[in-house]
Design a binder for this molecule. Structure first.
Ligand code: HGY
Ligand code: MN
Ligand code: MN
Length: 416
């Protein structure tokens, strides 16, 4: 005899319609999204999410980092909630599904539970975490990091974007600085649905990724300082070209990661060259290295090798070198009980699934430090993400949301 709720499935069209509706806010230039955190587009997306959630009878709370919590009451108001969500902010050339699928998949779950009259003992809370991407304000997963107690809130408020605006100013400007102390809300468990952002699930024809672990990350911000001078008149032997430091360090980062395949990745995605004039030799280059590995010893070895070799490389070029860590987390291992709930949900639904390590960082990585946490992944086309061509199918979205729903129901305990 199937337990109540066992055969429940979400409404794929309603979910897809919501994804396409949200994608209209903060459009990119090639069909994706540029809805960066704390912009007016982010504010508009938040208001739409609030409308959708309040229409489902959920009550909203907002904390001092702007993270949004929507609560669906359970039959036991004293029970800790099962929380579920992700992020609505995007990269500057982001896709329509990174983060958004996890928030709107949770909303679709609540819509389904409401229409099917399913009650749970535990409350359920849908979450939109502020600034997961870290594109405008570093580091990534900023609000969930403050929530987990690993990032200082005052430091988060003081972090600045490329125009010198602070996180705190922009959060107040868009009107989403809540009054709840960050981290005051407690959780029974947290689940996050996310696109894989890699090629494995699609290549293997597998519907669901059961995320057991994630990669750790180190973001190293480097400043190479040379001397601005005329590109036409300065004799070559006298030049102190910061651009050469950037170029050789770019190759060094690639070499350090390549010698540790398949357990390492490394690249430089953020670069500022000053004064960035066609006929001035760069006097300064500021850039951020992104090293990752699912093995902590490999991650630390990459950083150690870089720290040892970069200064000498710059000395030889006659330029100065400084660096500082601007983002970091160690490889997470997700909660075995929550991971089993995800795996069990995929099996109950008859979906193909495989255990997988998340290559990308997620809010779940920080929440996992303080509450039992697990993630569900669905495939994405060609494994492409952080690119406006990011694409998934309605079927992948629906299957991911169904697994999310059944994992959450197991943790929240269906009653009546
Ligand atoms: O950087 C990451 O892995 C995430 O997309 N913010
Ligand atoms: Mn994401
Ligand atoms: Mn992302």
């Amino acid at each position: 005899m199937a337990a109540r709720g066992d055969n429940l499935t979400i409404d794929p069209e309603r979910l897809w319609d919501s994804l396409m509706e949200m994608a209209k806010i903060g459009p990119g230039v090639r069909g994706g999204n540029n809805r960066q955190t704390l912009t007016d587009a982010d504010a508009e997306a938040r208001r739409l999410l609030q409308r959708w959630c309040e229409a489902e009878g959920m009550t909203m709370g907002v904390d001092q980092m702007g993270t949004m919590f929507f609560r669906r009451e359970g039959t036991d108001p004293g029970a800790l909630p099962v929380c579920v969500g992700s992020h609505l902010d995007t990269q500057p050339t982001g896709g329509k599904y990174d983060g958004v699928l996890g928030v709107l998949g949770a909303v679709e779950m609540v819509r389904t539970l409401n229409r099917m009259g399913v009650k749970t003992r535990r409350p359920i809370e849908v979450i939109n975490w502020t600034n997961e991407e870290g594109a405008r304000f570093a580091p990534a997963m900023l609000a969930s990091g403050v929530f987990a107690g690993v990032i200082d809130q005052a430091a988060a408020y003081a972090t600045t974007d490329a125009e010198g605006k602070t996180f705190g100013e922009e959060l107040a400007r868009i009107g989403w600085q809540g009054d709840e102390p960050v981290g005051a809300r407690r959780m029974h468990a947290f689940f996050e649905l996310h696109i894989e952002q890699g090629p494995i699930l699609e290549a293997e024809g597998v519907d669901i990724g059961v995320v057991t672990h994630g990669q750790g990350l180190r973001w190293i911000e480097c400043t190479v300082t040379g001397k601005e001078s005329h590109t036409g008149t300065t004799p070559m032997p006298l030049r102190r070209n910061a651009g050469r430091g950037l170029a050789q360090i770019t190759e060094l980062v690639h070499e350090i990661a390549m010698k540790r395949q398949p357990n390492a990745v490394g690249a430089i995605g953020h670069v500022e060259v000053h004064p960035n004039s066609r006929n001035i030799i760069p006097g300064k280059a500021v850039f951020t290295i992104d090293f990752r590995s699912h093995l902590l010893d490999v991650l630390l070895a990459m950083v150690a090798e870089f720290d040892e070799r970069a200064p000498a490389l710059c000395d030889a070029l006659g330029v100065c070198f400084e660096s500082r860590i601007v983002g970091q987390f160690d490889p997470p291992a997700f909660d075995e009980g929550c991971v089993a709930a995800v795996r069990g949900a995929a099996e109950k639904l008859g979906y193909s699934h495989r255990d997988i390590v998340s290559g990308a960082g997620h809010d779940a990585c920080w929440v996992n430090k303080i509450y039992p946490t697990a993630m569900v992944m669905c495939p994405c086309k060609d494994g492409l993400s952080h690119n406006e061509d990011e694409e998934i199918t309605p079927e992948w979205a629906a299957k991911g949301a169904n697994v999310l729903m059944h994992a959450v129901l197991e943790a929240a305990e269906v009653v009546g």
